[in-house]
Design a protein. Structure first.
Length: 172
């Protein structure tokens, strides 16, 4: 029952956003045939697929199972005597570790390994252009100012191949 409600919901939202199955597949990384089977009620989505679809379609993840009756968890402090931490966005000055990588033309660099070993949060392409690739076939051309979320690229192996000499600034 919940699968059919979710299927109708993603189908309607996709059509409201004027996205074709192929466009949604490209954005989420889920095969268009899989999305079609979910929308037609012939396939029950996994949690991973639900998360990808709801984030791409700007839906609440709880919308996937409206009958759950489970209230969202509210974070509570572990110890009562602990002082609340100051919100990072409210701080005027925040110190982060920095690093840089020079990408040579045509040489492949494993960005996932660099990000994971050094605990970086994101990387910014300062100059040059490069291709961000995975062994699964993902490929995107990056230009100056492109930002890479390091928390996401450490979950799969991402490589960069520079089309010309390029420089990445790592921020942790």
């Amino acid at each position: 029952m919940a699968e059919t409600i979710f299927a109708r919901m993603i189908s309607e939202r996709r059509k409201d956003m004027n996205l074709s199955l192929r466009e949604l597949a490209r954005v989420t990384g889920i095969a268009a045939s899989t999305i079609s089977r979910i929308e037609n009620g012939r396939l029950s989505p996994t949690l991973d697929i639900v998360v990808k679809l709801t984030s791409a379609l700007n839906l609440e993840p709880s919308a996937a199972n409206p009958d759950s009756g489970i209230a969202p968890a509210t974070p509570e402090p572990v110890t009562a005597g602990e002082e609340p931490r100051q919100d990072v966005s409210a701080q005027i000055v925040v110190h982060k570790t920095l690093g840089n990588t020079i990408l040579q033309k045509g040489i492949r660099r494993d960005l996932s390994r660099i990000a994971a070993r050094n605990g970086y949060e994101f990387a910014i392409l300062v100059r040059g252009t490069c291709q961000l690739r995975t062994s699964a076939g993902f490929s995107q051309t990056l230009g100056p100012g492109s930002t890479i979320n390091c928390k996401l690229i450490t979950k799969q192996t991402y490589f960069a191949v520079a089309e010309e000499e390029a420089e990445l600034l790592w921020i942790g």
